[in-house]
Design a protein around this ligand. Structure first.
Ligand SMILES: Nc1nc2c(ncn2[C@@H]2O[C@H](COP(=O)(O)OP(=O)(O)OP(=O)(O)O)[C@@H](O)[C@H]2O)c(=O)[nH]1
Length: 884
């Protein structure tokens, strides 16, 4: 069973879908089944026999005195699908009411009270009445209640309702109304409801409702009888459709067509949507105004609106509404929603003259409503709420003179943000001139980090991300690599084997070296990227083992954002390889390329499953090269290595026995050969410090291992994207503006005094409010912080149709909702010249300059590489050109 399948099994399995489908059919068939038992023509001999036997049994149970005919018994049996017991109960109940002696009517307490007040009212009014009251009361009395039932509620007076429940109800209503008539009349005296002109009388027409098939439980599978009924119904429909067309009045009206579509449900919906690739995509929600980011737990400041240019009267009105500190793009739907005709209820409430629902900008009610929601209009203009509420007055008096803590905090942030605003962010290449030191107990060694970096005797270093389709063996391969480099010892591996075997997942023992989370081990699927180090004679490596499942591409992007190059793992088995090309082998390669990781080692894994066949290896190499070339990888930068993670061939030693034909490098040699040129995609060590936070320890609510490390000092992890850092440095966390002092640095689990661009580190932070840090935030040098932006212009390569639409923007752990609000231009991918201004859509493979607006400020700088996703699919990737 594949890992994909296993994940699917977590929540549901195929049977669930089948059940839903079957139940739907069952309902459709059920309608026909209720028609009559006359469909016996369609019965099999077996069904007839069941009906005959059932009739005999039911008759015996009812006894000789029963008046129920055979036909009625068969109807009931048919109805209950030959369930004799149910049929008997039903038929006995049918007979029972006639023989049950009528119980004296119990008057409810309400009726008693109503009758008492009626007597009282009658005695009071009898003296001074002018005669009108008795007329009014008559209207609600015995004469008018049946009228109401029949004319206003249109209760049918068919014979079926003359007896049984409905007639009982009606009698009861008449009696109650009669006894309470005087009091009711007195109560409704001033209300002209009883004088309603006929055109204002509403008619309630009962609508057909599809019962919830799950409501009553049951197997959900259609019985044979239901299937028969469905077949009969289909037959009837067929003969109806062959009938000559009815008159135009019988032709389906638009509303009935819509309701038909509704009833047909998603099956037809999907066939419709499949007509257009744009409609095919699942909807994602537009970011709600002020909606909190999924990852950012820290409360964010509302975005600053761009200054609108006053042009027309409408724009002026929009400005009023926008003044409520919200991005205009998110207000438009609301304005649209408010910009509508008033209901008669609203007109009655506001009065026709005071509430003019004209196009927005002129409508008083709309403007006031917006003002009430967004606080943009003088509150005095909102009638009834013009002054502070009594509660506000008390709170103001109590807090007089005190500055609330949150306000203090805001002031600090405002100052920091102001300082940030005044700084120039365009030039990232200049060195940090003055490294400000803060008055803190943490002693800085005042090192010249660049000198230290030059001096340090070190091996080559690189971080590589392991990507590829689910179950192609990434974690197992990395487990093997770590085992062979003694990062994990035999005893620990044996322990994993034993524990994995207990839950029937022995083949995943090596994968458990990387997949440490309980849920990952339980399901045999990597969920988040894992980080581990190993060392060879020539290099220090950090592995970033990414998940292959399509649902976790966001985590794969986070891992890729910290890598120098990628190891793409491909299953040598033909079917798996093809599946991967349609799935995450391709998508991951796309993401890797867009992150500007141009060099790839491709491990053709599970060679043991194809008996180390050279043809199999060559075939994979040929096809994969073609696909990667399509994604703009230079074939010269691709190194293919056949291997088996499970059995361990060609990881550190060549597979001389299994594949004498292979003369290339082992996996480790291939990894060592890729010397990363970090300047291609990273800032230099001399640039201003930048680190995007990938995780924390020491803060339970943020921590991935909350229970085990909540006691540890607050530490933010991530890769230095630019610059350098040393103990004692002060940093600022953007976009929030919280400052902190670096109390300690860890690299590869060991304490360090400094770190430079490319290093993955933990920064122990002090002198800060921990809650104002979030995953995806950017730690910056305080002298040259990134400026938070609410919009950016970026150049993207489209993997799917791109048009103004909502998207998720990914960079490392930053995952933020945004909207592509404008396609500025289509650009030639090679010459970067504008091909077309303001295209409506950019197709797959096109390069475009687009404007993206965010629901909240983000720290995204020029040249930052980002991935745009929509509806769970990667639709484009590119780099930020400038922020707004
Ligand atoms: N025969 C054989 N099986 C392998 C090999 N490598 C991995 N497997 C098996 O493939 C299955 C999946 O292995 P994983 O390492 O979890 O695959 P993965 O790519 O890391 O999966 P995700 O991280 O969930 O995407 C396990 O049952 C492994 O034992 C190999 O070289 N040969």
């Amino acid at each position: 069973m594949s890992g994909h399948r296993r994940v699917k099994n977590v929540g549901y399995d195929d049977d669930d879908f089948e059940d839903d489908y079957d139940e739907y059919d069952e309902y459709e068939g059920g309608e026909a089944g209720t028609a009559d038992a006359g469909g016996q023509d369609d019965m099999t001999a077996e069904d007839r026999e069941q009906l005959r036997q059932g009739t005999v049994e039911v008759k015996a149970a009812l006894g000789n005195s029963s008046q129920i005919s055979d036909l009625a018994i068969q109807e009931a049996l048919w109805h209950y699908w030959f369930d004799v017991d149910k049929t008997i109960i039903y038929l006995k109940n049918q007979e029972q009411p006639k023989s049950t002696p009528k119980l004296p009517k119990v008057t409810s307490r309400f009726d008693q009270a109503a009758a008492a007040s009626a007597v009282k009212a009658e005695s009071t009014l009898a003296t001074g009445s002018n005669g009108k009251l008795s007329q009014d009361s008559c209207r609600l009395g015995s004469a008018c209640v049946p009228d109401l039932w029949h004319s206003r509620l249109e209760i049918p007076t068919a014979p079926t309702f003359e007896s049984g429940l409905f007639s009982g109800l009606r009698d009861h209503a008449v009696q109650t109304a009669t006894s309470a008539r005087s009091s009711s009349a007195a109560f409704f005296k001033d209300i002209p409801w009883t004088d309603l002109p006929p055109e204002r009388i509403t008619t309630f027409t009962p609508t057909d409702r599809r019962p919830n098939p799950r409501l009553l439980g049951g197997s959900g599978k259609p019985s044979k009888l239901a299937a028969l009924a469905a077949a009969r119904k289909a037959k009837e429909n067929k003969s109806a459709s062959n009938a000559p067309p009815a008159s135009s009045s019988d032709a389906p009206q638009p509303s009935s067509a819509i309701s038909l579509l509704d009833r047909l449900g998603s099956k037809h919906g999907s066939s419709l949507s499949s007509e257009s690739s744009l409609l095919k995509r699942p909807k994602t929600d537009m970011p709600a105004p002020g909606a909190a980011s999924r990852l950012n737990l820290r409360p964010k400041k509302p975005p600053t609106p761009p200054t609108p240019e006053p042009k027309t009267e409408e724009v002026e009105a929009t400005k009023k509404i926008e003044a409520g500190e919200r991005s205009p793009v998110y207000i438009q739907p609301l304005i649209g929603a408010l910009n509508c005709s008033p209901s008669s209820f609203a007109s009655d409430l506001c009065g026709d003259s005071s509430c003019r629902f004209t196009p927005f900008g002129k409508l008083d009610f709309c403007t006031n409503m917006s003002a009430a929601l967004f606080g943009s209009v003088d509150p005095a203009s909102v009638t009834g709420f013009s002054g502070p509420s009594p509660d506000d007055i008390v709170i103001q008096a109590q807090t007089k003179g005190k500055v609330p803590a949150s306000k203090k905090k805001e002031n600090g942030i405002t100052k920091a943000t102001q300082a940030v605003d005044d700084l120039n962010i365009d030039d990232l290449s200049g060195p940090i001139r003055d490294r400000p030191k803060v008055a803190t107990k943490i002693q800085s060694k005042n090192l010249d980090v660049l000198q230290e970096y030059k001096k340090a005797q070190r091996k080559k270093e690189s971080n590589f991300v392991v990507v590829g389709h689910i179950d192609h063996g990434k974690s197992t391969l990395m487990g093997r690599l770590l085992y062979e480099h003694k990062v994990i010892d035999q005893r620990s591996l044996d322990k994993f084997r034993k524990e994995a075997a207990k839950i029937g997942k022995e083949s995943f023992a090596l994968a458990w070296v990387m997949d440490a989370r309980e849920d990952e081990r339980e399901h045999g699927v990597t969920i988040d990227y894992a980080e581990k180090n190993f060392e060879t004679e020539k290099a220090d490596f950090t592995i970033l083992d990414a998940p292959g499942h399509r649902d976790f591409v966001g985590n794969m992007i986070a891992g890729t954002s910290m890598a120098d190059f990628a190891l793409l793992v491909i299953d040598a088995g033909t079917n798996s390889f093809e599946a991967g090309l349609k799935g995450q082998t391709r998508e991951h390669a796309q993401v890797v390329r867009c992150m500007k990781l141009e060099r790839l080692v491709i491990a053709v894994n599970k060679m043991d499953t194809v008996s180390w066949s050279q043809e199999a290896f060559d075939s994979v190499r040929k096809k994969a090269t073609a696909v990667l070339a399509e994604l703009l990888f230079d074939p010269a930068n691709l190194v293919f290595v056949p291997c088996s993670g499970l059995t361990g061939e060609n990881i550190t030693a060549p597979p001389t026995k299994q594949a004498p034909w292979y003369t290339g490098p082992t996996l480790v040699q291939a990894l060592e050969s890729l010397t990363p040129d970090r300047t291609q995609y990273l800032g230099a060590p001399s640039d201003p410090f930048r680190l995007r936070i990938s995780g924390f320890t020491g803060l339970s609510e943020y921590s991935e291992f909350a229970t085990s490390n909540a006691h540890e000092p607050f530490t933010a992890f991530g890769r230095l994207d630019a610059g350098n850092i040393q103990v004692g440095d002060q940093i600022v966390c953007q976009p929030g503006g919280e400052t902190a002092v670096v109390k300690g640095i860890t690299r590869h689990g060991k304490a360090a005094d400094w770190a430079v661009a490319g290093h993955i580190v933990g920064l122990q932070l002090s002198d800060c409010d921990e809650e104002r840090f979030a995953k995806g935030d950017l730690l910056c040098a305080i002298a040259k912080p990134a400026k938070p932006v609410t919009a950016v212009t970026m150049k993207v390569l489209a993997f799917d149709a791109v048009f103004p639409m909502p998207v998720d923007v990914h960079r490392g752990r930053l995952r933020v909702q945004a909207n592509i609000t404008q396609l500025v231009a289509q650009v030639d991918g090679k010459t970067h010249k504008v091909v077309k201004e303001g295209p409506k859509v950019v197709k797959h493979g096109g390069v475009a300059r687009v404007k993206v607006e965010f629901a909240e400020p983000v720290a995204l700088e020029r040249k930052t590489r980002v991935v745009l996703r929509y509806g769970g699919e990667t639709i484009a990737a590119g780099a930020v050109e400038r922020g707004h």
